[in-house]
Design a protein around this ligand. Structure first.
Ligand SMILES: CC(C)(COP(=O)(O)OP(=O)(O)OC[C@H]1O[C@@H](n2cnc3c(N)ncnc32)[C@H](O)[C@@H]1OP(=O)(O)O)[C@@H](O)C(=O)NCCC(=O)NCCS
Length: 177
């Protein structure tokens, strides 16, 4: 289990691009729940060269293990619940070899701290398929509250899937228990 202080989020560097591409484009790395078809090859590298994946509407950071190795990535993008009420929807993906070691919970906790510290949103949400128990446990461990089920919300591998939605509000985010 990684120590909480050893799970670091940092901007994506050039040496992260190979494993990041693998994470996005290799069906074996994506796993059953994470593959949504092939995407524009080279797009990630172009976005990295343009913005470093950090824009006012969203971003992407590397999850770095204790020796600074690339373990996976977290991302966020803007969702509007009202015309003047932006919140963040976050996502995460870990290399297959790094799953089940506690990085998922710690990295999402670090991302919540980061986003509440550096942006003004009141709400951070995350959704995952009802069958993705690891992500639901990781979100609960990171301080998220389960809100409900979004029926038939996500198309993957030939079928529409139910999602569970979670959130954490600014007033609820505190130091790790
Ligand atoms: C989902 C994911 C981020 C979870 O991160 P992780 O580091 O593997 O999970 P953690 O080690 O932090 O474990 C969190 C909890 O889930 C449980 N868990 C881990 N893997 C599990 C599995 N395969 N099945 C059931 N429970 C699992 C752990 O026991 C732990 O439970 P606890 O809170 O009772 O201690 C990671 O597995 C992953 O990247 N999966 C592929 C991509 C993905 O599904 N992303 C989310 C898409 S919405």
């Amino acid at each position: 289990m990684p120590h909480r202080d050893h799970v670091r989020l940092r901007p994506v560097s050039e040496k992260d691009l190979d494993p990041l591409e693998r994470l996005h484009e290799d069906p074996d790395e994506n796993g059953e729940l994470g593959f949504f078809g092939y995407r524009n090859p080279g797009l990630l590298r172009r976005q990295w060269a343009e913005s470093g994946f950090l824009t006012p509407r969203g971003g992407r950071l590397t999850i770095a293990g204790d020796d600074d190795r690339f373990v996976g990535e977290v991302q966020w993008h803007e969702v509007l619940q009202g015309p003047a009420s932006p919140c963040w929807n976050i996502g995460i993906s870990l290399l297959v070899t790094e799953r089940g070691k506690g990085y998922g919970r710690q990295a999402q906790r670090r991302l919540v701290e980061y986003l509440f510290a550096h942006t003004k949103v009141n709400r951070i949400e995350a959704s995952t398929e009802v069958v993705n128990i690891a992500e639901q446990r990781a979100l609960e461990g990171a301080g998220f509250t389960r809100e409900g089920v979004l029926r038939g919300a996500c198309f993957r591998s030939g079928a529409w899937r139910d999602m569970v939605i979670y959130s954490v509000l600014r007033a609820e985010a505190g130091p790790e228990a």
